[in-house]
Design a protein around this ligand. Structure first.
Ligand code: NAP
Ligand code: ZN
Length: 351
């Protein structure tokens, strides 16, 4: 089937309409019309080929809310008309130990990314959610719980799960002391989800501009990371720090903020950080680690948790025609706190 999306035709070119062939429905496939798609900072990294694995033409988008339009013969979980969601991956080997554990993001043969990943059968590159239609195998399609506002839910599929997973992995519960570095798409979800788990949350931001927002999101306070006095006073006061900064940066100002046995989880920068002095690690048995997205089972848990606690992303709705401007604003952290594309703004091919 012919469909249409917004693609970067080459590295660093503006996104523009692009027609492409959607693959034929396989027996275990679900086809959907994309209703909403979130705009993740990773989409920007990929359009610029920051990580060296982008394939062009590239249609980004991995925070997808859709409505089922057709299902393959063997599909049992979904039917036409269901509200569904797709996140950062659309396939994996399904037989390794990690897939069996429901941690498909660690698939031993490599997960198939929702966009710019080779299809496991045809080798064709996958195309993401900045498009009118999407096809994914049933196991990677999530159910949107009743009551979750479809127009706001999309960012849960990446910003949400990428922060929910480390909060769960490192056992955040009532009374946990959590700090979040960078109040953007991932950061604001980290705050809401940690608060939803009963944690006491602090935001670490570059300026005081987002202080009122941080409190409105449920944080107890915002510390300006360049304020040496405030940072010194916060020494030894966190069990977990979620670091969402999207570029190379210095971890040294943050490590002393961890209490003994505390953990700093990198979820933002993929690549080098400034040199680390091991002193705060050894003397406080502190850890620095990282975490990629989350498994399908955990993503469904997140969607159910968000519906139960009424935790929704803060979104600014845009039209697909405004995506290049949105990228520019995302680059300078001028979004509170996630752009979501209303895909009804994209006319179908031939319309
Ligand atoms: P975002 O909305 O742009 O937010 C990033 C925040 O980091 C900004 O709001 C800003 O917060 C802070 N920041 C921005 N530039 C900075 C700089 N130069 N130095 C220090 N702080 C800076 O981005 P996002 O969508 O949340 O994504 C964040 C990162 O996570 C990206 O690199 C993305 O690729 C990555 N990511 C990783 C995964 C994963 O699986 N681990 C999944 C999705 C995304 P303040 O203004 O408060 O300082
Ligand atoms: Zn993302």
């Amino acid at each position: 089937m012919k469909t249409i999306g917004y693609a970067a035709k080459a590295v660093n070119t503006p996104l523009a309409p692009h027609e492409f062939d959607q693959r034929e429905l396989r027996a275990n496939d679900v086809a959907m019309e994309v209703l909403y798609c979130g705009v993740c900072h990773s989409d920007l990294h990929m359009a610029r080929d920051d990580w060296g694995w982008s394939s062009f033409p590239l249609i980004p988008g991995h925070e997808i809310i859709g409505r089922v339009t057709a299902v393959g013969a063997d599909v049992t979980k979904y039917k036409v008309g269901d509200n569904v969601a797709v996140g950062c991956m659309v396939d994996s080997c399904q037989h390794c130990d990690q897939c069996h554990k429901g941690e498909e993001q660690f698939c031993r043969e490599g997960m198939t990314l929702t966009y710019s990943g080779p299809d496991r059968i045809t080798g064709e590159m996958t195309m993401g959610g900045y498009s009118k239609h999407l096809v994914a195998r049933e196991e990677f399609v999530l159910r949107v719980p009743d009551g979750l506002d479809l127009s706001k839910a999309a960012p849960l599929l990446c910003a949400g799960i990428t922060t929910f997973s480390p909060l769960r992995t490192w056992g955040v519960k009532e009374g946990s002391r959590v700090a979040v570095i960078g109040l953007g798409g991932l950061g604001h979800m980290a705050v809401k989800l940690a608060v939803g788990m009963g944690a006491q949350v602090t935001v670490l931001s570059r300026t005081a501009d987002k202080e009122a927002d941080a409190r409105a999101l449920g944080a107890e306070r915002l510390l300006v990371s360049s304020d040496a006095v405030a940072m010194a006073e916060a020494a030894n006061s966190f069990d977990l720090i979620i670091d969402t900064v999207p570029v190379k940066h210095d971890l040294m100002p943050y490590l002393p903020l961890l209490d003994i046995d505390g953990t700093l989880v990198l979820v933002g920068q993929l690549g080098p950080v400034e040199t680390i002095d091991t002193l705060p690690l050894l003397l406080g048995r502190r850890r620095v680690t990282g975490s990629p997205i989350g498994g399908i089972r955990e993503t469904q848990e997140l969607l159910d948790f968000a519906a139960e606690k009424n935790i929704l992303p803060e979104v600014e709705m845009i039209r697909i025609q405004d995506i290049n401007h949105a990228f520019e604003r995302l680059e300078r952290a001028d979004v509170r706190y996630r752009f979501v594309i209303d895909m009804a703004s994209l006319e179908p091919a031939g319309a």
